[in-house]
Design a binder for this molecule. Structure first.
Ligand code: G3H
Ligand code: 13P
Ligand code: ZN
Length: 357
C-alpha cells in the first residue's frame, strides 16, 4: 500500500494530528459511482461557518445537534484568489478553528486551480490534504510534465493531486479559456504518465454565472467514453458545476442587481454524472449568488442599517440551508456516518455510533 492509499492519510494541523481532515482520495473511495462529494470554495468567515453548519445538517446555530440523516462529507476549496484576498494564513486559521467548533465534520482541504508554485507552497505548508495543479492551458506534454513534478512532491508527503485535461469555457482565475472538451484516449494516457489521483475533465461546463446560451448541457457521451478509457474507479472531477438557480438570480435582480441571462448546470444532472465516475463537483458561483442576494435584500429592506452582523447572520443560515439542498442533489446527504465508519475501519465506538470516540 503506497502512502497515498492509507485510509487515514492525514495531515498535520499545526502541532496536532487531526484525523478528520482527510484526503480527497479517502472521500472518493466511499463515494465512487454512488454520489459526488461537494467541493465548495470559501473566502471568508461567514462562508466557512455556513459551510460547516450545512454539511452537519445544522440549520440555525453552531450548537444545534448534528442531523445524521442529512450530514455529509465535503471538500473545502481555496483558490489562489481566496488565498490572496485576506491572507492565506487567515483562511487556514478559520478552518483550524472550524474544526474545533465542529468536531463532527469530515472534510478535505484542497487548493483549487493551483499553479506549480502555489501547489508547492500548499504541499510545504502541511495544511492541505489535496492540491490541484492546473496546467490545462499548456500543450499535452507540458501539462504531463508539470503535473508529474507536482505529483512526485505531493505523494512524498501523503498529499493527493487533481489535474485538469481539456479546457472549460469562461474565466478561470487569470486564464480566459476557450472550450476544448477532454479527449478520452488522452485522458487515459495522462493518468498513466502522471500518476495523478483524480482528473478534472471538460465536458461542457464553464466557470461563473453565465454558462450556457441556448439549451446546451453536459456532454454525457464524452463522459461515458472517458470513464471507459481510464482505469476502473478512477475519480473524475467536474468544475464549473454551479446551477446558478433562477430563484437566487431573480432575488438579486429584484434587489437592484443586474445579472442578465445567467444560467448554470441542471442539478438533476449531478447524480447521472456521479454514476459515470464524477466524484467531486465544484461549486463556487452559487455561494456568491446566495451572499449577494441576502446582502442586497437586507440593505434594501433596512436602509437605515449599517451593521454587518445582521446580514452576516442571515447569510450564514441561508448558506447552510443552501448547502443542505446542494448535498441532496449531489447524493452526499446522509453519507457522513458511512464515511466515518469506513475511515475507522467500520468500528463502532463506545457511544454506539461510529464517531471513533
Ligand atoms: O475556478 C475558479 C473558482 O471559482 C475560483 O474563483 O479565483 O475568483 O476565487 P476565484
Ligand atoms: P462555478 O463557477 O460553476 O461555481 O465553478 C467553480 C469551480 O469550478 C471552482 O474550481
Ligand atoms: Zn474550477
Amino acid at each position: 500500500m503506497g502512502h497515498t492509499d492509507s485510509i487515514f492519510a492525514l495531515l498535520k494541523t499545526g502541532e496536532s494530528n487531526n484525523p478528520m481532515i482527510v484526503t480527497t482520495k479517502d472521500l472518493f473511495q466511499h463515494a465512487y459511482g454512488k454520489y459526488a462529494v461537494g467541493a465548495y470554495n470559501i473566502n471568508n468567515l461567514e462562508q466557512t461557518v455556513g459551510l460547516f453548519r450545512g454539511n452537519l445538517g445544522k440549520k440555525g446555530a453552531n450548537e444545534d445537534p448534528v442531523d445524521g440523516k442529512i450530514s455529509a462529507p465535503f471538500i473545502i476549496q481555496i483558490s489562489r484568489g481566496a488565498r490572496a484576498y485576506s491572507d492565506k494564513r487567515m483562511l487556514e486559521a478559520l478552518i483550524r478553528s472550524a474544526d474545533q467548533v465542529f468536531p463532527e465534520a469530515v472534510f478535505a482541504v484542497h487548493l483549487d486551480h493551483g499553479t506549480e508554485e502555489a501547489c508547492y507552497d500548499c504541499i510545504d505548508s502541511g495544511f492541505y490534504s489535496s492540491v490541484m495543479i492546473d496546467a490545462s492551458h499548456h500543450e499535452f506534454a507540458e501539462n504531463v510534465a508539470t503535473t508529474k513534478r507536482v505529483v512526485d512532491k505531493a505523494h512524498a508527503k501523503g498529499i493527493v493531486v487533481e489535474a485538469e485535461l481539456g479546457q472549460l469555457g469562461g474565466v478561470e482565475e487569470d486564464v480566459v479559456g476557450s472550450v476544448k472538451l477532454t479527449d478520452p484516449a488522452q485522458a487515459a494516457e495522462f493518468i498513466e504518465k502522471t500518476g495523478v489521483d483524480s482528473l478534472a475533465v471538460a465536458i461542457g461546463t464553464s466557470h461563473g454565472a453565465f454558462k450556457f446560451s441556448g439549451k446546451q448541457g453536459l456532454h454525457f457521451d464524452v463522459l461515458e467514453k472517458i470513464q471507459k478509457a481510464i482505469p476502473k474507479n478512477f475519480p473524475l472531477v467536474m468544475h464549473g458545476s454551479s446551477s446558478v438557480p433562477h430563484e437566487w438570480v431573480e432575488r438579486i435582480n429584484k434587489a437592484g442587481g443586474k445579472l442578465k441571462d445567467a444560467s448554470g448546470v441542471d442539478e438533476k444532472q449531478y447524480l447521472p454524472a456521479a454514476k459515470l465516475g464524477v466524484t467531486k463537483i465544484n461549486i463556487d458561483t452559487d455561494g456568491r449568488l446566495v451572499w449577494c442576494a441576502i446582502h442586497r435584500e437586507h440593505f434594501r429592506d433596512k436602509p437605515e442599517d449599517f451593521d454587518l452582523r445582521p446580514a452576516g447572520k442571515t447569510f450564514m443560515q441561508a448558506y447552510a440551508e443552501y448547502i443542505i439542498h446542494k448535498n441532496e442533489m449531489l447524493g452526499s446527504t446522509g453519507q457522513l456516518e458511512g464515511v466515518r465508519s469506513a475511515l475507522s475501519g467500520g468500528k463502532k465506538s463506545a457511544c454506539g455510533c461510529c464517531c471513533g470516540k
